[in-house]
Design a protein around this ligand. Structure first.
Ligand code: UT7
Length: 325
């Protein structure tokens, strides 16, 4: 009999400090950088973002999200067999955020590691956890996406600094004989490294290269709309399902225009797309579990429904997870 990975519970966390577009525009104006609520909403759909406090790292946000997911699942951290954190903004070069989360949750022993696939990180992490559950080696996994992108933004660059925010989202997966994750699809193409990257790195006690996010927005946009359709179709084909079987599309939350375009290509109406980018901007690996948790908690997503989760980001990386909730 096939072993499935079922979502037992979800959770998320956004830091307290919330800046609307108007708040951010006012702060940027003080540094001579001009932007407006109108431009940001028009081009991206973003209305607000949250920034972590100086003493909060990805592991703190991840731990909060994990606590909510554990409570929703009705299990304790000691019940976990695996912890994976998807992040591109770890607290330290090493150890991993996942081991810090494990410790902050007050448990020890189970394997814990990070996955770095930028905005597709949560899809990658979920796929790895699913494979480990299907193999029988793991029964319960905590999978988190957590980011503090505010730390790697160049606030002199209005083409990027208005787009990103901080946050975390988490799911608890459990082995089950009932359908859960139905199909997964992952891809990468390293030739696109320069269109979305943070080129700086630690070198002999200093930073070599520019340690802030660089993005060619239009190039990313064009690539994203193509691969998001392709990967959704690939997962559907693997599960012998069609577009019409998807109840909810939960895409990476970067830009409302990319999400609407993907929905059109999949012949889905806009009201079947979970959109939270307006409330937290692009939170990279955290965006998909943040959107998922929001729609679970507000009652839109019901048990038995079919969800298409999909992401695209730096690398380039992209992929999808099709699941029965
Ligand atoms: O998470 C990874 C995935 N990332 C993404 O999916 C991002 C994909 N890309 C995008 O979402 C869009 O390309 C952006 C939102 C980044 C940009 O939107 P766009 O419609 O492609 O705008 P643009 O880059 O063509 O810029 C249009 C104009 C430019 O002015 P000129 O040259 O036409 O005079 C920019 O200088 O908008 C200007 N502009 C701004 N104006 C006010 C750029 N940023 C801003 C800003 N405020 N923040």
């Amino acid at each position: 009999m096939r072993i499935y990975s079922r979502i037992l519970g979800t959770g998320s966390y956004l830091p307290e400090n919330r800046l609307t577009n108007a708040d951010l525009a006012a702060e940027l104006a003080l540094q001579g950088v001009e932007t407006s609520d109108e431009w940001i909403v028009d081009r991206t759909g973003i209305r607000a973002r949250h920034f972590a406090a100086d003493d909060q790292g990805s592991s703190d946000l991840a731990t909060e999200a994990a606590r909510h997911a554990l409570a929703a699942a009705g299990i304790s951290a000691d019940d976990l067999d695996l912890i994976i954190v998807a992040t591109s903004t770890p607290d330290m070069v090493f150890p991993s955020v996942a081991t810090m989360v494990q410790n902050k949750l007050g448990t020890a022993g189970c394997p814990a590691f990070d996955v770095q696939a930028v905005c597709s990180g949560f899809i990658y992490a979920l796929t790895i956890a699913d494979a480990m559950i299907q193999s029988g080696s793991v029964k319960r996994a905590l999978v988190i996406g957590s980011e503090v992108f505010s730390r790697i933004l160049d606030f002199q660059d209005r083409t990027t600094c208005v787009l990103f925010g901080d946050g975390a989202g988490a799911v608890i997966l459990e082995a089950s004989d009932q359908p859960g994750i139905l199909a997964t699809d992952l891809h990468a193409d390293g030739k696109y490294k320069d269109i979305l990257c943070v080129p700086g790195h630690v070198n002999r006690g200093g930073i070599l290269g520019d340690p802030v996010l660089k993005m060619d927005g239009q190039a990313v946009f064009k690539l994203a709309v193509g691969v998001l359709e392709d990967t959704a179709r690939a997962s559907l084909a693997k599960a012998n399902l069609t577009d019409a079987d998807i109840d909810w599309l939960i895409p990476h939350q970067a830009n409302i225009r990319i999400m609407q375009s993907t929905a059109r290509k999949l012949k889905m109406s806009a009201d079947k797309v979970v959109v939270t980018v307006d409330q937290h901007g692009n939170t990279s690996a955290a965006s998909i579990p943040l959107a998922l948790d929001t729609a679970v908690r507000d009652g839109r997503i019901h048990r038995g429904q079919t969800l298409m989760l999909e992401g695209v980001g730096g690398g380039f990386t992209w992929g999808s997870v099709l699941l029965r909730y």
